[in-house]
Structure formats: C-alpha cells, structure tokens
Design a protein around this ligand. Structure first.
Ligand code: ADP
Length: 430
C-alpha cells in the first residue's frame, strides 16, 4: 500500500485512501460474481478427471434423471430451471453421489456449477428424519455462506423437513442448545467455536464435509489451520469435498492436506486472447490532454458500451466528475462501494441504462460484461515498481477466444509513459 498521506482533521478517512489503487479482494469479487451471475459459464475445454482408483469405471451423466435422486430433490432442480447437468456436473455428480461415498477435489472457474453440484450432494445425502447436523459446509465469509444457503433453500424447496443453519459470527446460540437442523453452513472460526468450545455440533455425525472457495479460504489468515482442525475431527467415512475457482500450487497443497484419497476434476478456463482486439494508443501531454482525447472519441465509443480504466480511485473520481460536468452520462464503479452497490451498478450497465463505466482494477478481473466492445485505458496498468502489469492489461481488454466478439482498445499515454506501452507491445508481440 502506497499511501503515505498524513490525515489531517479535514481529511476523511476515505479521502486519504483515494491515491491507493483498489486492492483486489478475493472474497468480495467472488460474492460480486455470484450476485451478478445470470447463467452458466461455458468452457470449450474437456473436463480432466484423475481418479483415485484409475481402474474403476468412470461414469458421466447427461441428465439429472440418471442420478436416481429423491423425487422432491429432482423437483427442486427443475424448479430452478436446470434442464441438464453442466459440464463439470456431468462428471462430478456421479462421483459425489456414488456409494460408498468418494472424496473429491474440483476446480473450475466461477459460474460453472460447482455450488449447485455440492448442494445437490448435501441434499441427497441428508436424512430429513434425523434431527442433528449431518452436512457441514465451510465458506470464507458470512455473505458467501448466505449465498450458498440460498441455493440450499431453493434447491431443497420441496425437501420440506430439511433445514439450514448458519454458523457465522453474530448468530448467538446459547451453549447447550440442541441443534436440530441438518445442514450447517459457516465460516471456519465460528464453526470451530461451535464444535469444540460450545459443543453445539457433534463432528463425528457429519456425513458430508464441503470446503468451498478454497482459494479464497487460504487467502484469509488462520482459515487453513482452522479448517484442518475441523477436518481432523470428522469420521473417516465422512465424504469430503473441496472446490476452488483457481488452482495455484498453494491451493493444491492445501487441498491435498485436507482431502484424503481424492478424485480430482478440473475444467480449464477459456483463455484470454488479444487476437480479436484492435489496439490503439493516443499520445498525450498530460491528464487534461488525455481527457480531451477521450472526449474526441466519446461519440464513437457510446455507439456500443465502454469501460474506462483508471489506476487510482482519485483519478477515476476526477474523470467521472469531469465527464458529468461536460454532460456525458457515465457511472463510476470503485472499491469504496459495498459489494451490493457494485452489483447494482454492474447490473444497470448490463441492462444498457449506462453506456460508459469508469472503474479501477476492482472490475478488471473475473467480471465478464459481455457486451463491452470498447475498453479505454485512461491509465496503463502498472505494478508497485511502476513496471507494466501485463496480466491486468490482458484481463482488461482480452476476450475469450471462442466467444470472442471483436473489440477495440484505446490507450491514453502521457509522452513520458510511452516506454511502458512499448514494453506491453513487446510482451504481447502485438
Ligand atoms: P459456481 O459455484 O461454479 O460459481 P454455480 O453453481 O453458482 O457455479 O452456478 C452458476 C450459475 O449457473 C448459477 O446461476 C446457477 O443457478 C446456474 N446453474 C448451475 N447449474 C446449472 C445447470 N445444470 N443448468 C442451468 N443452470 C445452472
């Protein structure tokens, strides 16, 4: 964090933060993705499967009927509008529902149907007549736990006797309470507290253990260790499932520590490419010039929809104010907004109510706004040592090869920053 401003009495805390770049908050991004998601994300890649026992037959299903689910669960799935399993579900569901239960590590990008898959597994293994916790799902934040809970409630709409409870901070349950709900969703710290200190949950009776968003989880101080302590107290026959949107080495190492004898399923992400993007740069003297250059192309960019990226909150705010004062209709998406506010801004943009969105890097990753055809880098993305941030550049303007519509990118460059652009040019050979 580069903020070295000393706050004085006139400076609100927010103002002192304006020079900062918006830090990418994994949990917030993940939540945002869920809030604005409308449908499944496709991938043209094949699902890779690594079985713990390579000699056992590999099943995949093309319909939900083949899974022989309880009637009320199948009704719930169809009521959600699912017609057939997603790509990852085709492989994961038969494994998750097999008897005897098998452990699974699954990785695929957000929006490919992981949550729906493990919710289905939990609902199908639960015995509604037994009134104690049987399924335990760990999530990295309160809000993400609630999102998963909503899916359980929707899919389990016709499983009338199955109930969900949230083990999250603020949910005060008196010691000695007899928990009769079958599915517990919570954050690691509170779950640990409920299990060991307050003895509200008997871990030896858990049949399905889910660790969701493993990549976000290990990013949070203490959560890996707490999750492992919980996992160690589960019975050996408990089914253990781990999900992650990404799979760096650190996630993989954690997954192997916490899930014994797993099957592994992976679905690679559609790669970003610059092939179908035409990239331009406009050489400018200073920020005012950049603004003028932007105004010059404004009429053109609002034929479609555009995202304009700035490096700092301050710059983004400045640009928004300037454009509004000149009578342009723009909206601002930046890190000081709550996730709910961000979701509603993105939704308005998607609905075409706004044509131009000004933002910092909060929005560069993970959020796909399909109809965007023009991207303006009002500032080039740079890292802490003022070198070009190639990956962010790619995320801002890259498109997936397979679904690629053609796009346009404009880079506004101050003369003294031209060398950054040349490095980007060399890096991508474009
Ligand atoms: P992930 O957990 O990988 O982010 P989700 O399970 O949340 O993915 O699914 C992403 C979106 O797709 C959700 O809106 C969900 O309701 C929907 N979805 C999931 N599975 C299916 C399916 N088989 N058919 C249609 N839509 C689905």
């Amino acid at each position: 964090i580069k903020n070295t401003t000393v706050p004085n009495l006139d400076d609100s805390i927010d103002n002192t933060k304006e020079d900062e770049e918006d830090v990418v908050d994994l949990a917030a991004n993940s939540l945002l993705n869920k809030l604005i998601r409308q449908s499944l994300v496709e991938s043209s890649h094949r699902v890779e499967v690594l079985q713990k026992d390579p000699s056992s037959p590999l099943y995949s299903v093309k319909t939900f009927e083949e899974l022989r689910l309880k009637e009320e669960l199948l009704k719930g799935i169809y009521a959600m509008g699912f017609n057939r399993p997603s790509k990852i579900q085709e492989m994961a569901l038969p494994m998750m529902l097999a008897y005897p239960p098998q452990n699974l590590i699954a990785q695929s990008q957000s929006g490919t149907g992981k949550t729906a898959a493990f919710v289905l597994a939990m609902l199908s293994r639960v015995n509604a007549l037994e009134l104690f916790p049987q399924c335990l799902c760990l999530a990295p934040t309160y809000e993400l736990a609630l999102q998963t809970g909503r899916v359980v409630e929707r899919m389990g709409k016709f499983c009338v006797d199955v109930q969900v409870m949230y083990a999250i901070r603020g949910n005060q349950i008196p010691r000695g309470t007899d928990i009769t709900k079958q599915i517990i969703i919570g954050t690691p710290g509170t779950v640990l507290d409920w299990c060991f200190k307050r003895k509200l949950i008997d871990l030896t009776k858990i049949r399905v253990f889910v660790l969701d968003e493993a990549d976000v989880m290990i990013d949070t101080q203490g959560f890996s260790d707490q999750s492992i302590r919980i996992q160690r107290a589960l019975p050996s026959e408990c089914q253990m499932l781990l999900f992650s949107a990404t799979f760096e080495d650190s996630v993989w190492k954690f997954a192997e520590r916490i899930i014994p004898d797993p099957n592994v399923i992976k679905l690679r992400k559609e790669e970003l490419t610059l092939n179908n993007i035409r990239q331009y740069y406009v050489l400018c003297g200073n920020r005012k010039d950049k603004y003028q250059a932007l105004c010059n192309i404004y009429g053109g960019i609002t034929i479609g929809q555009a995202i304009i990226f700035c490096q700092t909150r301050r710059n983004a705010k400045w640009l928004t104010v300037e454009m509004m004062q000149d009578g342009h209709q723009v909206s601002l998406l930046s890190g000081e907004l709550t996730v709910d506010q961000r979701a509603s801004i993105i939704q308005r943009f998607r609905d075409g109510k706004e044509k131009v969105l000004i933002t910092t890097n909060v929005c560069a990753r993970g959020i796909d706004v399909k109809q965007v055809t023009i991207v303006v880098n009002f500032d080039l993305p740079v890292n802490q040592s003022e070198e070009p941030d190639y990956e962010t550049y790619l995320h801002r303007i890259g498109r997936t090869g397979r679904f690629g519509k053609k796009g346009l990118a404009f880079n506004m460059i101050e003369v003294d920053k031209l060398s950054l652009l040349m490095k980007i040019q060399d890096h991508f050979s474009k």
